[in-house]
Unconditional design. Structure first.
Length: 255
């Protein structure tokens, strides 16, 4: 009942889905079942992003999710965005393999974030952390059940992409991690087959790997390349910019 009330409150005024597929430029019919792109964030930039997270008392995951929210806002023109986040759905009382349930526990939770305004970057990122942790604590409902809580029209797209983050850096706050998925497309990327787009981010001491896969034939690998390049640009812009308003570090961005 608590989880139902949380998601009803979270989406009681939700009216417009943030669909990546509706915002990307169409490249025409493709000849591949899956379009795949990879980019890399070098270690020095990864360390600066980690320093930004540490100085704000956050996990790096929240910085990466915040940057994605800004990118999605720029693509869709919306200042209230929602996207899927991969999480470990294992019950809280079952964290060990010994005697516990065995198998994949990957789930997808919607994360709703408001972008823009006069909030400074660091306090806004703390809001991102708070909202993702709240969503994780109320993870017992499926996407379909959450969609019903939002009174979303049956059959209308609610989410069309998932951001799947694996952070090998130590986290200072409890958050979400990537789980096992059914289909693998190269190191670090597991495709979420129920959603047209998967964005996989793997962060560690060797840098940050960015991967994007699309099952929509009208979006080719170049479109995915451009998307990840814009995201990489945003990560570079926000590194060390914790005292600026949320809207300013990206004012000259590539999108």
């Amino acid at each position: 009942m608590e989880d139902l009330e949380f998601w009803r409150s979270e989406f009681n005024d939700f009216s417009s889905a943030s669909l990546l597929g509706a915002a990307l430029p169409v490249s025409g019919p493709g000849d591949c079942e899956i379009s795949l792109s990879r980019k890399f964030v070098p270690p020095p930039l990864a360390e600066r992003l980690r320093d930004l997270a540490d100085s704000s008392g956050l996990g790096l995951t929240s910085v990466l999710l915040g940057a994605w929210a800004v990118l999605l806002s720029r693509y869709t023109g919306q200042d209230d965005v929602v996207f899927g986040v991969a999480a470990d759905g294992r019950p809280e009382d079952d964290h060990t393999a010994a005697g516990g349930a065995i198998g994949p526990f990957a789930i997808v939770l919607p994360l709703r974030l408001r972008v823009g305004g006069d909030d400074l970057l660091a306090p806004w990122l703390r809001q991102v952390e708070e909202r993702r942790c709240k969503a994780f604590r109320h993870r017992s409902l499926s996407i379909r059940q959450i969609q019903e809580c939002a009174n979303w029209e049956d059959g209308a797209p609610f989410l069309d992409h998932v951001v799947d983050i694996f952070n090998a850096f130590p986290e200072k706050a409890a958050g979400t991690t990537a789980g096992s998925k059914a289909i693998e497309f190269g190191p670090g990327l597991m495709f979420h087959g129920n959603f047209p787009f998967t964005i996989a981010i793997c962060a560690g001491a060797g840098g940050i790997s960015l991967q994007c896969a699309s099952s929509r034939p009208e979006f080719d690998a170049q479109t995915m390349d451009d998307l990840l390049e814009h995201y990489r640009h945003l990560l570079k812009e926000i590194a060390g910019e914790d005292e600026q308003p949320v809207s300013e570090p990206w004012a000259t961005g590539a999108v």
